[in-house]
Design a protein. Structure first.
Length: 103
């Protein structure tokens, strides 16, 4: 998208991705995360890939994931889904994460 729709030069886009790789280390899905995702999908609570994302996030120590595609307040393990947007801009949950002085 960055190179095709935004017209960003490929070398600049690649440099940005390299920066993100340093700032945001990746984590692999574990067997435990795969089993948890499968259980959530079989129970009909989540699509498999959404559940895998949440279970893997939990393995990385995350407690909250922002998504506009999953139900606000839904949980997998210790991870809660929050919508990042409200009718008038950022949701309260997103505002709190960005500015912890808000309660």
């Amino acid at each position: 998208m960055a190179t095709s729709k935004l017209g960003m030069p490929e070398d600049e886009a690649a440099a940005q991705v390299r920066d993100w790789m340093i700032l945001f280390p990746g984590i692999e899905a574990t067997r435990e995360a795969l089993a948890a995702a499968l259980a959530e999908a079989e129970a009909g609570r989540f699509a498999f890939w959404d559940a895998l994302l949440l279970a893997t996030a939990e393995g990385a120590g995350c407690t909250m994931v922002f998504s506009e595609d999953m139900q606000d307040g839904a949980r997998v393990g210790g991870v809660t889904v929050r919508t990042p947007f409200a009718n008038d801009g950022l949701s309260h949950a997103a505002q709190v994460v960005l500015n912890p002085s808000i309660s």
